[in-house]
Design a binder for this molecule. Structure first.
Ligand code: NIG
Ligand code: FE
Length: 419
């Protein structure tokens, strides 16, 4: 190598999970820490990482196009947010008083509000309006240090409107520095025109939506809200298996409010991930562990819904040896925040995760929930050069000093996109 695109120096402390595989249970605490570090980047990939002295030694005789000095700050892999409902119309601040007066989340949905209120707004919005709104959120995520985001459909609930949401996600991927990974979630709620005819709506998903989406390569994953009064375990199984047949890997909103058996289903069908899991049983967690399912935990949702219970992260890590991931669940109802840094604080406070576990859960394990652990999620030679630069001395500082944005800069695919 005679040429180098970018050299990142002046890294006070570099912290990253090792390797390119998910980290299970206790392994989540084993992170690599390098003081006075440097990262060399060429053609969007990491070509050297180590102490500044080691990297400089490797770069003897090499022409360096650009050098940036991060001024002694903390550098981690770009964060990965593996569960969001990024593209949608409208907002639901009118539900706040209802929620605070104790009306349950599923009750608001049963009354035609909640997700269905966002469905009305999303159907009414043009692609351009959806793009503008989602882009603003995506900017916010990037400013939080996030470089890859999963985005679900599920507020259209007609073939046309689901495709509209997924096209917007694709357009964002093509035009914004943050990479978007798309998930089809036509089974997010039963639309009003199918009220009382859930089976017929499932037929529509299976016979019309899934083949069209697969045909146009508009999603990599398929997700279902498996919950009492929404989609049963049987309906979820049918949709996810049909998704699989169409080349879409299964994900599932499982056991969020009631222990319906979503975690078991995730294990049974070999889902890549199961999300929420507040009410997951021991049997469900064991089934996930036995079948390599990644739990994606969303502590912002239990916080914002004012729930007393939280996902059992400690059991998942200590007892079931699971590769826990964290995410915002950004959506206009149960968790209207783009801030992964708030989630980091809540994971510490309510899930009792250590700072090392949290970093692993927001990087390599989150990448694994998207099938991308060999490409992103750690600072390793050969991987995509996605870095977050924080104005913090170490990773313990991130959940400790809460409520502010610690990001100083972001490098995505070897480009400085926030500084
Ligand atoms: O992950 N639980 C279902 N779906 C979302 C909430 C969507 C909404 O309320 O608009 C979730 O929490
Ligand atoms: Fe969700």
């Amino acid at each position: 190598m005679e040429q180098l695109d970018l050299l990142v120096t002046g890294i006070g402390r570099l912290v990253t999970p090792p390797g390119d595989a998910p980290r299970f249970g206790a392994e989540m605490n084993e992170v690599i820490e390098i003081e006075t570090a440097a990262v060399a980047i060429h053609e969007g990939r990491i070509v050297h990482v180590g102490t500044e002295a080691e990297v400089m030694e490797n770069l003897r005789g090499v022409t360096i196009a650009e050098t940036i000095d991060v001024g002694g700050r903390l550098v981690t892999p770009g964060l990965v947010d593996p569960h969001t409902h990024l593209v949608h119309g409208g907002s639901r601040e009118h539900e706040l008083a209802l929620k605070r007066s104790g009306v349950p989340y599923l009750e608001i949905l049963a009354q035609g509000g909640g997700i269905l209120s966002t469905v009305t707004a999303t159907r009414a919005a043009s692609e351009e309006e959806l793009y503008k709104k989602a882009r603003k959120s995506l900017n916010e995520m990037l400013l939080n240090g996030v470089t890859t985001v999963e985005a679900k459909s599920g507020y259209g609930l007609t073939t046309t409107d689901e495709l509209k949401q997924l096209r917007v996600a694709k357009q964002l991927h093509d035009t914004h520095p943050v990479d978007i990974v798309s998930t089809f979630m036509g089974a997010h709620a039963v639309p009003p025109e199918y009220k009382g005819r859930t089976e017929e709506y499932v037929d529509l998903i299976v016979n019309e939506m899934l083949p069209k989406i697969a045909d146009e390569f508009l999603a990599e994953f398929c997700d279902v809200f498996c919950e009492h009064g929404v989609f049963t375990v049987e309906q979820s199984r049918r949709i996810l298996m049909e998704g699989k047949r169409n080349g879409l890997m299964p994900k599932i909103h499982a056991d969020e409010i009631e222990p319906l058996g979503g975690a078991q289903l995730a294990g049974e069908i070999g889902a890549i991930s199961a999300e929420h899991l507040l009410a997951a049983t021991d049997e469900g967690l064991q089934e996930m562990a036995d079948n390599g399912v990644t739990p994606v935990l969303l502590p912002g949702t239990s916080f914002n819904l004012g729930l007393q219970n939280h996902a059992r992260a400690r059991d998942m890590i200590d007892k079931y040896n699971l590769p826990v991931a964290l995410s915002t669940d950004y959506n206009p109802g149960s968790c209207p925040t783009e801030s992964i840094q708030l989630i980091i604080a809540l994971a510490s406070l309510n899930l009792k995760m250590t700072p090392e576990e949290i970093l692993t859960a927001c990087t390599i394990n989150a990448a694994n929930a998207l099938g991308r652990s060999t490409d992103i999620g750690s600072i390793k030679v050969g991987k995509r050069a996605d870095l977050a630069i924080f104005d913090a001395p170490n990773i313990k500082y991130l959940p400790y000093h809460f409520g502010i944005n610690h990001t100083f800069g972001v490098i995505k695919n070897g480009q400085v996109v926030v500084w």
